[in-house]
Design a protein around this ligand. Structure first.
Ligand SMILES: NC(=O)c1ccc[n+]([C@@H]2O[C@H](COP(=O)([O-])OP(=O)(O)OC[C@H]3O[C@@H](n4cnc5c(N)ncnc54)[C@H](O)[C@@H]3O)[C@@H](O)[C@H]2O)c1
Length: 443
């Protein structure tokens, strides 16, 4: 544990360091790469996140996009518009995996395709950047971990916040005792808009001609074509995992990265569909509580009918202060422990009050004043222009070259997504759910 003076010195030093120098990941990005270091990338799932991810991945020096697979023709057309007419495009990702000129794939399909696309890619010898949540259902976890391990492949899960310098700072501060003993973590992600509630646009040409519906369905139950399900799949459990898989998973990734914990042992959740009653079968409000074996509790909520601006963040509560994370900033408010416990004797007889205070002062001499606790507030911010998404891709491509571990491997990804899905199970079963975070198994 740091004493107050050392903490303040270290805090001031860190603030300076963060404001004046770039994170090592950013610095590495500028290093020259020889031609044979080039990494040939393919995209599987060229929707909103897939296209956005690719544009960031291509900013990392030495990365080239060679092929794109998607089930909607309009997105393949737009991929060529964005990245050149010579780009290979296909509805069937297996054509991409058969190509020798593809080193790594970026998978940004709906959740129900994550496992199959990842396992097929790993078996084909490709390194994989797999969007979160890593799993859709629990058996996906061991299958992906095994496939990555067998071929000695690199697999990075796409909760980019674990590459954020603010999260590294929070981890360092917590380990240094900046807020004393951690008792509780509260995190939330609230929204109040139609697109925030997953009402994504459906293109006017959506049909069975332009959308490969059977391929999109995959292992999901077979039903007639639905443009809503194709383009707004998060609203149905057959393809997504509700707000738990979409948003809680980011909050678990952050909590696990910062605390070093592997996951909760108990979970209880409640929620409901409060506002967006448009035919979806997942809730728009979810509240959940988790017990961690490290001796702290986690409280999470997502509210899609918040009545305000979208906001997300963490509050770490410790015995000596609070640490808040909002975006790329960390704020520590420190209230050191009392130097003496104080007393509540005023209702005792005067004789007893005197006797108590006499005993008390013998134990706590006045040299230990009990005045108001000192509060220190320190703020840390990532450098201007910092992007955790770039840092996360840079971490992945560095690992592809060096064969060193990534920051968010399949085991980390399963522990985060497995913990998130406990919330859905708890709501469905109307009971407390138990999980073994080491074995990564439901108990
Ligand atoms: N890391 C983050 O912050 C973040 C943000 C948004 C989305 N995501 C994740 O990215 C993934 C995609 O989300 P999105 O919003 O881009 O969805 P989207 O619907 O916009 O895109 C998904 C695309 O996958 C395609 N697809 C479906 N099945 C396919 C298959 N078998 N082969 C090839 N393509 C297939 C669809 O045609 C669609 O174009 C999700 O897993 C989501 O959780 C992560």
């Amino acid at each position: 544990m740091l004493d107050r003076r050392t903490f303040l010195q270290s805090a001031a030093g860190t603030a300076l360091a963060l404001s004046t120098q770039l994170h090592p990941l950013l610095a590495q990005a500028g290093e020259g790469r020889s031609a044979n270091d080039a990494i040939q990338l393919a995209l599987i799932g060229a929707g909103i996140q897939g296209q956005s991810d690719t544009s960031i991945a291509l900013q990392v020096p030495g990365v080239k996009l060679v092929a794109v697979a998607d089930c909607y023709d309009g997105r393949l057309t737009h991929a060529k518009e964005l990245w050149g007419a010579d780009l290979v495009t296909t509805r069937d990702y297996r054509e991409i995996l058969a190509r020798k000129d593809v080193d790594a794939v970026l998978i940004a399909t709906p959740d129900h395709w994550h496992k199959q696309a990842a396992v097929d890619s790993l078996h084909a010898g490709k390194d994989v950047y797999l969007e979160k949540p890593m799993i859709h259902v629990y058996p996906d976890g061991p299958a992906i971990i095994e496939a990555a391990g067998k071929g000695n492949r690199i697999l990075q899960v796409g909760s980019q916040r674990v590459s954020n310098v603010a999260y590294s700072k929070a981890k360092e501060l917590l380990a240094a005792g900046a807020i004393g003993k951690l008792n509780m973590v509260s995190a939330h992600w609230d929204r109040n808009s139609a697109t925030g509630a997953w009402d994504y646009s459906i293109p006017p040409d959506a049909s069975t001609e332009t959308c490969d519906w059977p391929r999109f369905e995959g292992t999901a139950p077979k039903i007639p074509f639905s443009a809503e399900r194709f383009f707004q799949w998060r609203k149905w459990r057959d393809y997504g995992s509700g707000v738990a898989g979409d948003l809680f998973v980011h909050l678990f990734s952050g909590t696990h990265f910062i605390t070093g914990a592997h996951g909760p042992t108990r979970a209880m959740a409640t929620g409901g569909l409060r506002f967006w009653k448009d035919g979806r079968d997942v809730d728009d409000v979810l509240l959940a509580l988790f017990d961690y074996p490290e001796g702290f509790n986690l409280s999470l909520h997502v509210n899609f009918v918040d009545g305000g601006e979208e906001s997300e963040g963490f509050l770490f509560t410790g015995s000596e202060g609070l640490m808040e994370i909002a975006g790329d900033t960390v704020t520590v408010s420190r209230t050191p422990v009392e130097s003496e416990p104080g007393f509540t004797v005023s209702t005792f007889s005067q004789a007893m009050q005197r006797a108590y205070v006499q005993q008390y002062r013998a134990k706590y001499p006045p040299a230990h004043p009990s005045g108001p606790a000192v509060q220190d507030v320190q703020k840390f911010a990532a450098p201007h222009g910092y992007s955790d998404r770039y840092a996360h891709f840079n971490n992945f491509f560095n690992a592809v070259r060096s064969r060193q571990p990534v920051v968010e491997d399949a085991t980390f990804g399963f522990r985060a997504a497995g913990a998130a899905l406990l919330s859905n199970l708890s709501v469905q079963r109307d009971s407390i759910v138990h999980w073994d975070p080491e074995a990564m198994k439901l108990v």
